[in-house]
Ligand binder design. Structure first.
Ligand code: SAH
Length: 398
């Protein structure tokens, strides 16, 4: 039997949870002596001992667990998870029926009622990401539930937790048929190769789908495009298929070169007319500036934090500087597509970073488009703080 721990909450948190706030933070707990272990069910009560909700304990960077239900009689069992997954799948029927997209998020943690777990669909295969040992302890029930709801060709998983913050390198195959990787998926008619069994990342960030489409359909035609922090070159592919004059993809990781060539080949793109540079973006900026080279469109999508031999950066601190560097190599009437997935600041703050940078450079601008998470990356109602993705299409007016 799973252990149940009674957890008294502070009155502020009682109010939040009653309003539907799904996250349990350490500070919400009234009695700091309560002992909880990964995977414990938490019987959440107010200061009078009245039931508020049932949650589970699972430490993540965001908090110490998630609320699962506010109905006292609701059991947390296979049928609970089945209901949640079925609801999530039904919400995505438009995606399942789509002819030109077959990779998307099926279950987005707290946005679909169970924080700490996400499930993505890749052309018949499912990939489950577990964000704490606590939620992973429900693995058997959740896989049983998933298999009741969907007919998966095969299931893979990512363990996004461990003791020292490192990704556990392991075989990610769970059940069903093994995939042949790279597996080709389709997104708005574009092809991308993914590998569900090759470390923490798959080759594509599905949450940027609408951004790639907008770049391809509305902006890329005839333009020179610089794709910084390009990873497997997904934005470059979209730009080329949108008729870009030329793309340059820059990423520090050695694997980015073969991976980008692979994405090009998946779309019949002649790679010889494109540039792929394996180097530090900041060195590249200096190189371009020295040579007076400028681009019509620059995509700026840095990781939230990074450490190289020479420097460390965080987007929460350094974004204005990134924009200033970018402006130096952007044409007078160019476009900057600025993106961040740093959950520690919101869209308003992000806009203030952009504004600061342009003001300090004495350059005018206009925001043409604003994107956050796409529809399949469901976010809890009324809690925009879980909508971590922020993307701005910024028209430069030098
Ligand atoms: N924009 C990409 C995703 C970027 S992931 C996409 O949409 O697919 C972040 C990437 O930044 C990683 O591939 C990592 O190798 C790269 N990176 C981190 N620090 C870097 C640096 N200083 N210079 C160049 N690339 C860097």
């Amino acid at each position: 039997m799973r252990q149940v721990v009674k957890v008294p909450l502070k009155s502020n948190s009682v109010k939040d949870i009653k309003n539907g706030y799904p996250l349990l933070v350490k500070d919400a707990i009234k009695d700091s002596e309560v002992v909880m272990q990964e995977g414990n069910l938490l019987y959440l009560v107010d200061l009078n001992g009245a039931f508020i909700g049932t949650g589970y304990y699972g430490k993540q960077n965001k908090g110490i667990g998630w609320v699962l239900t506010r109905k006292e009689k609701e059991e947390i069992d296979v049928s609970f998870f089945e209901r949640k997954i079925r609801e999530a799948v039904e919400k995505r029927d438009r995606f399942f029926a789509s002819e030109d997209t077959n990779a998307f998020r099926v279950f987005n943690g707290e946005g679909d009622g169970v924080g700490g777990i996400t499930i993505d669909f890749f052309n018949g295969f499912y990939m489950v990401s577990w964000y704490s040992e606590g939620i992973y302890s429900f693995r058997k029930d959740i896989y049983q539930a998933l298999n009741e709801v969907v007919d998966a060709l095969g299931i893979y998983e990512k363990l996004r937790f461990d003791t020292n913050g490192q990704y556990l390198d392991q075989d990610d195959f769970v059940s069903g048929q093994k995939g042949e990787f790279p597996l080709v998926i389709k997104e708005n008619g574009m092809n991308y190769f993914v590998d569900l069994n090759d470390g923490a990342m798959t080759g594509i960030f599905l949450d940027q789908r609408n951004v790639r489409k907008a770049l391809r359909d509305k902006y890329a035609k005839g333009k020179t495009v610089l794709n910084t922090f390009s990873y497997t070159g997904a934005f470059s592919v979209a730009a080329i298929l949108g008729g870009a004059a030329k793309t340059t993809s820059v990423d520090l990781a050695k694997r980015s070169l073969p991976k980008t060539l692979e994405q090009f080949s998946a779309n019949g793109i002649n790679f010889e007319s494109q540039d792929i540079k394996v180097m530090n973006v900041f060195d590249y900026f200096r190189y371009e500036e020295r040579h007076g080279l400028k681009f019509d469109i620059v995509v700026l999508d840095p990781p939230s934090f990074a450490r190289t031999k020479k420097m460390t950066f965080s987007t929460a601190k350094d974004y204005p500087k990134f924009i200033k560097d970018t402006l130096k190599i952007t044409n007078d009437d160019g476009l900057i597509i600025a993106s961040t997935n740093n959950a520690s600041f919101n869209m308003k703050k992000f806009k203030s970073f952009i504004d600061k940078a342009f003001k300090e450079m004495n350059v005018g601008y206009k925001i043409l488009e604003e994107h956050q998470l796409p529809e399949d990356f469901a976010v809890p109602h009324n809690f925009p703080e879980f909508n971590y993705l922020k993307v701005l299409f910024i028209k430069v007016r030098k």
